[in-house]
Design a binder for this molecule. Structure first.
Ligand code: HEM
Length: 143
């Protein structure tokens, strides 16, 4: 998720937020934060594609609200291991993206297609990031 957050922030030009929370968690758990964007996606020049990426990141805060409950039961806190899930889940990002989407003219098929392509690209990128994180040959996290 840290890898995706870094790449998301690079692609959308958003200020680093999720990546900083995740870096804090990794550090608190004795894991090495990733130093830089992994695949270095080019910054998105298309605002609609960026909205698609933002839909995916903001939507993941819904899962974070759910996951943080289980992570707290394991003893993690905002200071130790659960900062990302706590702050991401409590953020206004999802409401903000929904608000922006509600203003989109749904008859504008070209615009919708650009947003959907952006969201699909972001989901594909999430999958690639998670696959790399799960690869035992990839030991870049271990301190
Ligand atoms: C980076 C992308 C995303 C990741 C890594 C992610 C991950 C997860 C995970 C791990 C769960 C918990 C599944 C479980 O254990 O049952 C979850 C739940 C959920 N996710 Fe996602 N998700 C992402 C994007 C999204 C998006 C885009 C949406 C909606 C627009 C979304 C909506 C939800 C909802 C509604 C839940 C269930 C929450 C509940 O049961 O209370 N997620 N997600």
């Amino acid at each position: 998720m840290h890898r995706f957050a870094l790449d998301f922030e690079r692609a959308t030009g958003r200020a680093p937020r999720q990546s900083r929370w995740l870096a804090h968690d990794l550090d608190a758990l004795g894991l090495m934060p990733i130093a830089e964007a992994w695949s270095s996606p080019a910054p998105l020049v298309d605002d609609d594609a960026a909205t698609g990426w933002e839909y995916v990141m903001a939507g993941s805060s819904l899962g974070a609200r759910y996951l943080v409950r289980a992570v707290r039961r394991l003893g993690h806190t905002g200071e130790r291991g659960a900062r990302f899930l706590e702050r991401h889940g409590a953020s206004e990002d999802w409401r903000e993206v929904q608000h922006r989407l509600s203003a989109v003219d749904t008859a504008d098929a070209a615009r919708l297609a650009r947003m959907i392509d952006g969201a699909r690209d972001a989901f594909t990128h999430v999958a690639a990031c998670l696959a790399r994180g799960a690869d035992p040959a990839n030991e870049e996290h271990v301190l």
